[in-house]
Design a protein around this ligand. Structure first.
Ligand SMILES: [Zn+2]
Ligand SMILES: [Zn+2]
Length: 225
């Protein structure tokens, strides 16, 4: 594939995600303003039209802004960052979570959700390499902690891992002159399932109290060769 085609595909995949076909934006934003104001001919009967007060319109606009700022993804390439970002801070965080080989190619940031994600489409983790092993040496058979869909890490993050509470949110602010990304929530259900699937014992505290947070998992312990 030509370099330019690869780039075009890459932007297309992002655009397709951002548009999210089938997503009911009007329901999400509860847009009720009549946008048909200019079309006088349709008002032949000249019925008195109830006018929204400026305040009502303001309220709707405010709702839209809030909804947008919560949900809108803003992607950015590392090459557009005006300062150096260390290599280890540029790898895909979902590949890392799913214990794939570290990936730097095609990784972009979502500035709103504070993550770095690759955009190539990949099969589910259960059908991917390297094979994973539990602490006792047996193969991992439980992949309930991973997204079962064949798609990109960008999509997995937004459609699966984020709604399931795997990540803390950290909006990236370039003005801080440093990159602070969101991180895994080790006490989340998914991460707890991951420890279990890898045969790592999670110390439970007393009933009713929060599960003890475990830390980072060593990649080489659970892969061969
Ligand atoms: Zn996002
Ligand atoms: Zn990835």
């Amino acid at each position: 594939m030509q370099k330019s085609e690869a780039r075009a595909d890459y932007y297309l995949s992002i655009a397709q995600h951002l548009v999210r076909p089938g997503y009911d934006w009007s329901a999400k934003y509860k847009v009720t303003i009549d946008l048909d104001e200019g079309n006088e001919q349709d008002r032949s009967e000249q019925l008195p039209r109830p006018r929204r007060s400026d305040k009502a319109i303001n309220d709707v606009m405010m709702d839209m802004e809030i909804a947008e700022s919560e949900d809108k993804c803003e992607f950015m390439d590392f090459s557009s960052v005006p300062f150096d970002v260390k290599k280890r801070s540029r790898s895909c965080q979902i590949c890392n979570y799913e214990m794939r080989k570290p990936k730097w190619k095609g990784v972009v940031m979502c500035m709103n959700h504070g993550v770095r994600l690759c955009t190539a489409i990949m099969p589910p983790r259960s059908d991917s390499l390297p094979e994973l092993y539990q602490l006792n040496g047996e193969k991992v058979i439980d992949y309930s902690w991973t997204c079962p869909t064949k798609t990109s890490c960008w999509n997995k993050f937004h459609d699966y891992y984020l709604p399931k509470g795997l990540f803390s949110k950290k909006e990236i602010n370039l003005a801080e002159n440093t990159m602070k990304f969101g991180n895994f929530i080790y006490s989340s259900d998914l991460y707890q399932k991951k420890y279990k699937a890898l045969g790592i014992e999670v110390n439970q505290q007393d009933e009713g109290k929060k599960k003890k947070c475990m830390g980072r998992i060593d990649f080489t312990t659970h892969t061969r060769g």
